[in-house]
Design a protein around this ligand. Structure first.
Ligand code: NDP
Length: 612
């Protein structure tokens, strides 16, 4: 099929394009917004069960550790590694999973792969003597790297797997946390660090009759290889005689569809909103390039990538790919100096955006042979309305004779499920298996959702303390909750390379704990003044992205079209934030270290008045 003529700023009809985008948004908006999904819990708990590791019985713990780190993904691993570097030996990791890796433990679907360059995504490459085999490494390689980090820093020694913390309670006499878990543990920890992820809890579409389906079904983050065959090696021979439905075409759908397409007798992809699918251009790691690297290369490359994405000046962009090519378009959603909108011409931004989206629609037409399928796969929204996708396999899969696409936009997604079929409008599609690539609840850690109650000084819960919104110093700690640190994006930095963000957070937390120990501090807790000042800084510097998000098709970036996600992270961006943290660490840390009775009184008196 012939691609439409490339659009240039001169021939774009921006008014017509805006109208088209608005129509596409409107036909997807649902009154139930973010409430449309089911949690993979209760009746749907089956979808969250671990298919990878059989349950191992063990004796409950009733001991004491110096630091408990909740979450054994990259955030928890990096924090534990840095704590070990700081000379703290007693570090216990805890995770609901059966092994290390977090995201990469759970997401083992065929085709899973990092969509950020692995040389900047996979942490501690130089420290552990590792080098990814490909520019965008496969998930199993990344999972094994997580294991390598744990082994390198001897972190398996005291880890509690298959364990969920059920309560954290501050003991005001002992100045320690009292930790309870779903395995009957009841132990103490001087410090607690939570790193329980931002996209972890699988979600299912609220489809009428979903529970009636009698065929096989699972979520991509709990891949059932016993049904599909294969073990992550991609040979899904169990699907050879199966009619398979994949629901969802986000970053996961893009990776999983080409693999299922290779093996299923029939694959029907149920799409609500098409992703953008740009060139991936993956390839093996170049050994000459590896030989040319000097010590310190990884940090330099990570900093460079972060700076380029945040719009900070660099002499040369070391990573050149689909992310660095579109940094200007990312300013509407990602934080960074590029967000100082005074310097930008909004109309020019819109035209640049339109040219990129036009190129991506033309790419669909170049690759997909069937015109009706190509039309449905064309994305009509501004570039950062959804997480950008990259693949050299996804669009091509729709040219296979066993693969078809069902567009569900007009019915706001799948209409219903029956015992044997997926229903869209008046059409029922009989299938043997339904695979949900429908994503995760965004930003829902146990601490935020309340499934992990955190009780601080005076019996106050963290959620009560955050009743009118999160209150932290730098996103890490909260007044009234001594010796507790959180990793994550809230009032902290954000980037598509979240592994880098986690690395900075890990270094910050370990440096703070290290200093507290070196100075014999009684505990670590921000003063209310420092906390209030930070909350105010985040609010005052917040960039208002509500106008941009209101025009977007619904998705988790805009809470399904129901609200703008504004003021959640530090808008001036990760580079500015990391600079700020470094300067803060070079100071005396008086606003968090409780060194003597005077400091102690400041915390306790102000807590009484703040909570009265
Ligand atoms: P997403 O939330 O991005 O996608 C969910 C998909 O399910 C969307 O296509 C959505 O459609 C569709 N959907 C939801 N409800 C229905 C319904 N009722 N009927 C039909 N379709 C429906 O989840 P992903 O797992 O794809 O990605 C989540 C995030 O995980 C990514 O944004 C990324 O941050 C991360 N990720 C990262 C990867 C990496 O390589 N680093 C790889 C994979 C994921 P609609 O768009 O219309 O809502």
């Amino acid at each position: 099929m012939k691609a439409p003529a490339a659009e240039t700023p001169e021939n774009i009809d921006i008014v017509a394009l805006r109208e088209r985008y608005a129509r596409e948004r409107d036909r997807r908006l649902r009154p139930d917004g973010a409430r449309q999904y089911h949690r993979a819990a209760g009746t749907f708990g089956y979808y969250a069960k671990d298919p990878y590791t059989p349950r191992v019985e063990r004796e409950p713990k009733s001991d004491r550790v110096e630091v408990l780190v909740i979450g054994a993904g990259f955030g928890g691993l990096l924090t534990s590694a840095r704590l070990r570097d700081a000379g703290i030996d007693s570090v216990r990791l805890m995770d609901e999973a059966g092994d290390m890796g977090g995201t990469w433990y759970w997401n083992r679907y065929p085709g899973v792969r990092c969509d950020i360059e692995s040389y900047v995504y996979m942490p501690l490459l130089e420290e552990t003597g590792a080098m990814p085999t490909e520019r965008y490494a496969g998930g199993e390689e990344i999972r094994r790297h997580a294991i390598r980090i744990a082994e390198h820093y001897d972190l398996y020694r005291d880890t509690l797997f298959q364990t969920r913390a059920t309560a954290l309670t501050w003991d005001e006499d002992l100045h320690e946390w009292h930790v309870e878990t779903d395995r009957g543990d009841d132990f103490r920890a001087r410090y607690v660090v939570t790193s329980s992820g931002t996209l972890t809890q699988p979600k299912l579409p609220g489809i009428a009759g979903i529970e009636n389906f009698r065929g096989h079904t699972f979520h991509t983050s709990r891949w059932d290889y016993s049904y599909t065959g294969g073990s992550g090696d991609g040979v899904l021979d169990g699907l050879a005689d199966k009619r398979v439905a994949v629901v969802g075409t986000g970053a996961t759908g893009l990776q999983v569809v080409p693999e299922v397409a290779k093996y299923a007798k029939e694959l029907i992809v149920f799409q609500r909103t098409p992703s953008t699918v740009d060139v991936r251009d993956n390839g093996p790691t170049d050994s000459d390039w590896v030989a040319s690297l000097r010590p310190g290369w990884q940090r330099e490359r990570m900093e460079n990538f972060l700076a380029v994405l945040a719009g900070e000046p660099v002499e040369e962009s070391l990573v050149t790919d689909g992310w660095t090519a579109t940094t200007g378009l990312q300013r509407h959603i990602l934080s960074g100096s590029q967000g100082d909108s005074d310097d930008h011409d909004e109309l020019q931004d819109e035209l640049d955006d339109a040219i990129t989206m036009s190129r991506l629609r033309a790419r669909v037409d170049e690759i997909v042979e069937d015109p009706a399928t190509a039309a449905a796969l064309r994305p009509w929204y501004r570039y950062m309305c959804k997480r950008p996708g990259f693949s050299d396999l996804y669009l091509q899969a729709f040219n296979l004779p066993n693969v078809s696409l069902v567009d569900t936009a007009d019915s706001h997604g799948i209409s219903a499920m029956t015992e044997h079929a997926v229903v869209v409008g008046d059409d029922a599609y009989e299938v043997d298996c339904v695979i949900f690539a429908t994503g995760f609840e965004a930003g829902v850690s146990g601490v935020v959702s309340g499934t992990l109650p955190v009780i601080g000084r005076g019996g106050l819960s963290l959620l009560e303390a955050w009743g009118r919104g999160p209150r932290t110093l730098h996103g890490f700690s909260t007044h009234g909750f001594p010796n507790l640190f959180q990793l994550g994006a809230i009032q902290n930095a954000n980037s598509v390379n979240f592994a880098h963000i986690l690395q900075e957070q890990a270094e910050h937390i370990s440096a703070t704990i290290g200093r507290a120990d070196a100075e014999n501090a009684r505990w670590v807790e921000p003063t209310p003044e420092a906390e209030a000042a930070w909350v105010q800084t985040v609010i005052e510097t917040a960039r208002d992205v509500s106008a941009f998000q209101a025009e977007c098709t619904p998705g988790y970036y805009n809470a399904e079209g129901s609200q703008a996600i504004t003021g959640f992270t530090y808008s001036p961006g990760p580079v500015a934030f990391h600079r700020l943290l470094r300067e803060w660490r070079a100071g005396d840390m008086r606003d968090v270290l409780v060194r003597d009775e005077h400091d102690e009184r400041i915390r306790e008196d102000s807590f009484v008045s703040a909570t009265a």
